[in-house]
Design a protein around this ligand. Structure first.
Ligand SMILES: [Zn+2]
Length: 254
């Protein structure tokens, strides 16, 4: 299994080295010339807390209903990983990923039941140093959602900005969080979401060496198999946003 993973990493590294999507630091194309563009939505909290990172459960349900009406099918991180490695990997007609950063408890209490109700899946990026703290997911929550079709990724140990760290510290944040989650779930964890979207010219190499197949930023846009796998784009959704389709268009989809 490890050798297969190493092989896939080599493929992805080769993609970077070939200059498809440019250097890890350059901006990849928002739209691919060919192939499928996959929007990756980014939420943080679903509940009644204040702040622009929170959407209400009612609003989240409306977003899911509208996404369904638009014909989207959510895909797992594992399918996305296989698609990045091999663009011939079959995908549903209108693939979409939904992601949650920071591992708040309301993700389990409010978002997860709605995702299940709508038959959709999402990826949850966990700050491993905060697991089990007040208002955060516990190990049992993470195991339960992972056992029911949700994808799990790393959001580092401490949620500090990777782009501001020295190489050794960034490597430690990436490796320790992955090892924690893999120990908890007994399955491989292949993606990281960079806290606050922060990365630098060394991040791709460090993430690759820490056995990640890709890393998500918060730069606006969609993902394609030609994207730089270590500077993947997302579409953040905020409390002040209105209709989901218009928000997606505003932030780089379509
Ligand atoms: Zn975060």
């Amino acid at each position: 299994m490890l050798s297969r993973r190493r092989f896939l990493q080599k493929c992805l590294l080769a993609t970077v080295a070939m200059g498809i999507g440019g250097s890890p630091f350059s901006r990849s194309r928002a739209r691919a010339a060919t192939g499928t563009d996959i929007p990756v939505l980014l939420y943080h909290r679903v509940g009644d807390t204040q702040g622009h990172m929170t959407v209400s459960p009612k609003r989240f349900a409306t977003d899911l209903a509208n996404l369904k009406d638009m014909g989207f099918s959510t895909i797992s991180l594992d399918l996305f990983r296989r698609y990045l490695a091999d663009p011939e990997t079959p995908l549903p007609e209108n693939p979409l990923m939904i992601s949650f950063d920071d591992g708040y408890l309301d993700n389990f209490l409010n978002a997860y039941p709605l995702l299940r109700e709508y038959g959709m899946t999402a990826a949850f990026y966990i700050i491993t140093g905060m697991v089990g703290e007040a208002d955060r997911l516990t190990p049992a929550h993470i195991r339960e959602i992972a056992a029911n079709g949700m994808s799990i990724g790393s959001h580092t140990v401490s949620h500090r900005e990777l782009g501001e760290m020295d190489t050794e510290e960034a490597a430690s944040e990436m490796s320790l969080s992955r090892l924690y989650l893999e120990g908890l779930l007994q399955r491989s964890v292949n993606f990281i979401a960079y806290p606050k979207g922060s990365y630098n010219e060394f991040t791709a190499k460090i993430a690759n060496e820490a056995a990640y197949n890709g890393g998500f930023s918060v730069e606006y846009g969609t993902c394609a198999h030609t994207s730089n796998p270590y500077a993947l784009r997302r579409i953040p959704i905020f409390s002040f946003d209105r209709e989901i389709k218009q928000t997606m268009i505003k932030r780089g989809w379509g």
